[in-house]
Design a binder for this molecule. Structure first.
Ligand code: GRF
Length: 195
């Protein structure tokens, strides 16, 4: 059974979708939900499900990323994860931290990478007049939102869409995509998922 740690920064809807999927014959189980924000609503949701939680407030470290990451490694290594899922985790990790978990740290990003790495993906897709949008799950490398893609989900862009209405449609697709990719990844299957 693979051990999965999930890092979040906010509400944790992707985290909840991952946790809900890890039952029955699923080859993995959640062992930790951690956040860089002690006030992240997702921590309470995970704790209510009996999952160990941890918070390391990045603000306490000013701009010292290494200090923050060293503190985060405490609860993370204690959980002995085989796989780490970044799920709405909004801190950029240093190459040293990423290399430590090379090949077993996944991230979900709300665009069809390589289109629109970074922020404001939905507004950028609308501004470009795209007719399709979506989300990507990729392996994390030291280049932001750039690692090998493990799966993508596509949704139509509707006339009159705003960044908010498009974000809601993409988020629903994320909740299908991330569990599908994690199940395959945890089982050692490397072929892409396309929804
Ligand atoms: C998701 O759209 C995810 O792709 C992005 O941040 C959002 C987080 O949502 N990185 P949640 O915290 O999982 O609800």
């Amino acid at each position: 059974m693979k051990r999965v740690a999930i890092l979040i920064s906010g509400g944790g809807s992707n985290m909840m979708a991952l946790v809900a999927s890890m039952t029955g014959d699923h080859p993995a189980r959640p062992v930790l939900v951690a956040s860089n924000d002690p006030g992240a609503a997702g921590l309470g949701k995970a704790a209510a499900l009996g999952i160990p939680v941890a918070a390391v407030d990045h603000r306490a470290f000013g701009g010292n990323r290494g200090g923050f990451e060293a503190a985060l490694l405490g609860p993370l290594l204690d959980a002995r994860p085989d796989i780490i899922c970044l799920a709405g985790f909004m801190r950029i990790l240093t190459p040293g931290f990423v290399d430590r978990f090379a090949g077993r740290m996944l991230n979900i990003h709300p665009s069809l990478l390589p289109l629109y790495p970074g922020l404001n993906t939905h507004a950028r897709a609308l501004a470009a007049g795209d007719v399709q949008a979506g989300a990507s799950v990729h392996l994390v490398t030291s280049a932001l939102d750039d690692g090998p893609i493990l799966g993508q989900a596509r949704v139509p862009v509707h006339p009159g869409d705003t960044p908010e209405t498009l974000a809601a449609r993409v988020l629903a697709a994320e909740h299908r995509l991330y569990p599908a990719v994690l199940r395959r990844f945890a089982a050692g299957q490397t072929d892409r998922v396309d929804l």
